[in-house]
Write a protein that binds this ligand. Structure first.
Ligand code: UDP
Length: 238
């Protein structure tokens, strides 16, 4: 896409794996710092920023339950993993001088604020980055759904889904040379063709709330800011 996008408030969703760098588990601090600088460059434009970070670099509920753990317990462990990632990102952002709040869907007052919608909105108005942790607080959901839910509640104008590739393709571009990237694609087409942007509940929630999803590459330095300045390649789901 090339049209200039002028958003005042956005949700940035990244997976836990995006903080792993080239390692195979957990957090890679230089990568966390790099992502924090990408966030900083958008914050510097005056854009209000919400974030949701997944937990897959540490624990996924489905993995745990496949190994015999009770599903809901495994899902709570996954939610706790997202809190660790959120704290790591908070630390990196504050190192850059950006005021940040971690807001958890599971109450743990010693480490994060509880989720109180009006309070979160106030933080955004004061240009604090709000990192929403612990997913939706419910098992059987994903952090993609949490990002869509919080983006809706916070009246974000779009969800920015940072991935390893610069948009949505008709087939896996890592496996097929002739994969074609969409500039625009509808929610329904994403669902019908199983395009793997986000899970189906998240796509349906975004569709019902008219929230565009911008899929872009987080590996591209300056990519996040570039899109907000009207540059770069990405796919917009709307
Ligand atoms: N999770 C959950 N409810 C939520 C969000 C997350 O139970 O609302 C759990 C679920 O087990 C999931 C894990 O937290 O596997 C980590 O989140 P996710 O898989 O979305 O992380 P990502 O793939 O984005 O790193």
């Amino acid at each position: 896409g090339t049209e200039k996008i002028a958003y005042k408030r956005v949700m940035l969703k990244i997976s836990g794996e995006a903080l792993m760098g080239d390692t195979s588990f957990g957090l890679h601090p230089p990568t966390v710092q790099r992502v924090a600088r990408e966030v900083q460059s958008v914050h510097d434009m005056g854009v209000e920023i919400c974030m949701v970070i997944g937990g897959g670099n540490i624990f996924r509920g489905l993995q745990g339950s496949a190994q015999g753990m009770e599903r809901t317990t495994a899902d709570y462990m996954g939610m706790l993993a997202t809190v660790m990632n959120a704290l790591a990102m908070q630390s990196a952002l504050e190192e850059l001088g950006i005021h940040t709040r971690v807001i958890s869907a599971i109450t743990m007052n010693e480490v994060a604020e509880p989720y109180i919608r009006r309070r979160a909105v106030r933080h955004l108005e004061k240009k604090r980055v709000c990192i929403f942790a612990a997913g939706t607080g419910n098992p059987y959901f994903t952090t993609d759904t949490a990002a869509t839910l919080r983006a809706s509640e916070m009246n974000c104008e779009a969800i920015f889904k940072g991935t390893k590739v610069d948009g949505v393709y008709d087939k896996d571009p890592a496996k097929h040379d002739d994969a074609v990237r969409y500039d625009n694609v509808s929610y329904d087409e994403v669902l019908q063709k199983h395009l793997g942007v986000m899970d189906a509940s998240a796509i349906a929630l975004a569709r019902d709330n008219d929230l565009p999803i911008i899929v872009f590459s987080l590996d591209e330095p300056g990519g996040f800011k570039g899109i907000l300045a009207g540059e770069g390649t990405y796919t917009i789901v709307k």
